[in-house]
Design a protein around this ligand. Structure first.
Ligand code: SF4
Length: 555
């Protein structure tokens, strides 16, 4: 764990959290988040704005199966008990191969810390035992880990098919998605799911109610179809499932005066079922049976938020919060069955209400990882909702979300295609990374620092290599000036602040440090710097570029 790096300052700075940079480079005083508390309820957390709910004092240890007992601080299951889920192994103090592999992706955490976080329910390892026999590389999701990103995909009745969905999955993996959800509602759902699971290195989530109503009306859905549908997908290797068990009959009147009612597909379907039959949500009444199926395959719950708001006007309303309270109860019951739990969250939330939403979940669901959909912070930019939601997602991750479900530019408008998947992934990798740096997770700023050094040295090749999207960065640079020189087309030679800063000399501490590191303090060019043009040639290049640009404008 890295320690706060307070430097002498004339200014009255807030208390500091941990340092996200391994090298302690640069001049920043460090993270303004809370000090690291891995093993405690705050893990990596933002300082609470006044009025925010405190973390719950309870954890998954308070919700052991009734037949288990605690003896001398050790967990004792009934005789002959065989652990299946990661939660059960963790409760028994065992470190599984999946915990070790998850630790490889979290250099700031040990396998022991991951086990302990899984045991308290604040972390999950979404790894179905069947999927582990394929190519799955286990990851952990929780507030002590780096923030994860999910990419939604899936064929609709009007667009796409199995091959296109597998291609989208590969694209999502290429652009950094940590998990993917197959939300197909059209085509051959079974074949698509099977192909996606067989091809994926990342965990796969589904919403099983979608396949349950293929070929039948929602009103005809019965208990047998629900349990069989869930078991079928668990057997196929689905790693986590969204089950909308928290939408209760008594919550429905609370949504009546909303501007946009119920916007979750699963939530609206189950509301229709409840109104038709005059009965409670069958996912809720079958919860214990569903838990038993999930346990057998170690499928993690992603308990669905069927009453999430669909617009700013309905955010943080009684319907949404009443359901969240029920999600807390369902979390406790799943933990009693030894099942791992994530909880899904909104949706569309004004920026000022995001912190409260994250911290209320932390309280009501005892720190179970929160998996949020955006949230969008404004409703008037269709076509740009990867941006409106990425702003909310950054705040959500800073204030407590563990996984961010991406939103693509197609949100509200159509089925995302391959390039939309890329846009959504990139936007959400930005959100997750920005939050991790702000939270002071050790080592998360290292690449930023390397890129800053390359930028300061005007080392374009290194700059491109370190960029998340190297090809795009290179293409933008080369668009106006495809030579490697001491400035770019943004300001030109005479106005390039970085070039001038390099010239200023040893009096500039950062430039001096960078020069030393790059080997340029001996009076010659940085040894990492690959510019081929000398000063005169550089000015000549600029004049040429300027003339060309004028010529193309005139024509
Ligand atoms: S020309 Fe301007 S944008 Fe380009 S490297 Fe120099 S300071 Fe940066």
């Amino acid at each position: 764990m890295s320690e706060p790096t307070r430097r002498d300052s004339r200014f009255d700075l807030p208390p500091l959290g941990s340092d996200p940079s391994s090298g302690g480079e640069g001049t920043t005083p460090g993270s303004f988040a809370n000090p690291t508390d891995v093993g405690g309820p705050r893990a990596y957390s933002s300082p609470d704005t006044p009025g925010m709910p405190e973390p719950s004092r309870k954890t998954a240890w308070d919700f052991l199966p009734p037949s288990w007992r605690l003896e001398d601080g050790r967990c004792v299951p009934p005789q002959g008990f065989e652990p299946i889920t990661q939660l059960e192994h963790a409760r028994l103090g065992r470190i599984t191969p999946e915990m070790r592999r998850a630790a490889e992706g979290e250099p700031h955490l040990s396998a022991e810390q991951i086990r302990d976080e899984v045991a308290v329910g604040r972390m999950v390892i979404t790894a179905n035992r069947v999927h582990l026999e394929h190519r799955l590389q286990p990851i952990c999701i929780g507030r002590a880990a780096r923030t994860k990103v999910n990419a939604n995909m899936g064929a609709s009745p009007v667009s796409s098919g199995t091959a296109a969905e597998v291609e989208k999955l590969r694209w999502a993996e290429r652009w950094g998605a940590d998990t993917a959800m197959d939300l197909s509602t059209g085509g051959d759902l079974d074949a698509t799911r099977e192909a996606v699971i067989a091809s994926s290195r990342i965990p796969i989530g589904t919403v099983p109610i979608y396949s349950m109503i293929i070929g039948r009306r929602i009103e005809d859905l019965d208990e047998r179809a629900i349990l069989d549908g869930i078991e079928h997908q668990a057997k196929q290797g689905v790693d986590y499932m969204t089950v909308h068990a928290g939408v209760l009959r008594e919550h429905l009147p609370l949504a009546r005066r909303r501007l946009i009612g119920i916007v979750s597909r699963g939530g609206s379907l189950l509301a229709k079922w409840m109104l038709h039959h005059g009965k409670q949500n069958p996912m809720y009444t079958l919860w214990d049976d569903i838990c038993e199926i999930m346990r057998r395959y170690d499928v993690t719950f992603s308990i669905g938020d069927g009453l999430r708001p669909g617009g700013l006007a309905d955010a943080t309303d009684d319907a949404q919060l009443a359901e969240l309270e029920t999600l807390g109860e369902l979390t406790e019951r799943a933990w009693r069955h030894g099942v791992q739990v994530m909880v899904e969250g909104p949706g569309h939330i004004p920026f000022d209400q995001i912190e409260y939403n994250m911290k209320l979940e932390r309280k009501l669901c005892h720190g179970a990882p929160f998996y949020v959909l955006g949230p969008l912070v404004t409703d008037i930019f269709p076509g740009y909702d990867h941006i409106t939601s990425c702003i909310g997602a950054t705040a959500a991750a800073y204030h407590g979300a563990s996984m961010l479900c991406y939103v693509t530019p197609k949100e509200h408008l159509g089925l995302p295609k391959k390039d939309d998947v890329k846009q959504g992934c990139v936007a959400y990798k930005i959100a997750a990374h920005a939050a991790d740096v702000a939270l002071g997770i050790a080592g998360t700023r290292d690449l930023d620092d390397e890129l800053t050094k390359a930028r300061a040295a005007l080392n374009w090749q290194k700059h491109f290599e370190l960029a998340f999207d190297s090809d795009l960065a290179r293409a933008y640079h080369d668009e106006d000036l495809d030579v490697d020189t001491d400035f770019c087309a943004m300001c030109g030679h005479d106005w390039c602040a970085v070039r001038i800063s390099k010239e200023i000399g040893e009096s500039h501490q950062l430039a001096g440090k960078t020069r030393r590191e790059m080997g340029s303090d001996q009076g010659h060019k940085a040894n990492c710097h690959s510019d081929y043009a000398d000063a005169e040639e550089a000015q000549h290049l600029q004049e040429e570029a300027t003339e060309e640009s004028h010529a193309s404008t005139d024509s």
